[in-house]
Design a protein around this ligand. Structure first.
Ligand SMILES: [Zn+2]
Length: 94
């Protein structure tokens, strides 16, 4: 039977440490999804995200912070092939 694993993670932006409880379900999911180690998990924290790299033993191998999520189509025009103007067919003159 799998035990819950507790890890401490430091948010370098807030300069706070917080404890994560990795339950059996999380551990199973992590093992299924992780295709390499250390594998990152995303933890939302007060408007930013901690990216926590865990190895196969759920040890913290480093945490980075990001405040930016890139959103597509927030302002820019969509690039769509459908919108390209049809070129007038050149009339072939004999
Ligand atoms: Zn934080």
């Amino acid at each position: 039977m799998t035990k819950n694993i507790r890890i401490w993670v430091e948010c370098k932006k807030c300069e706070q440490s917080f404890q994560l409880t990795l339950d059996e379900e999380f551990q199973k999911k992590f093992k299924e999804k992780a295709t390499y180690y250390p594998y990152p998990i995303l933890f939302p924290h007060k408007g930013h995200w901690a990216v926590i790299y865990l190895d196969g033993d759920f040890q913290d191998r480093g945490t980075i912070i990001s405040e930016i999520i890139y959103k597509e189509n927030s302002n820019g025009k969509k690039l769509s092939k459908k919108n390209s103007k049809k070129q007038n067919n050149k009339k072939e003159e004999d």
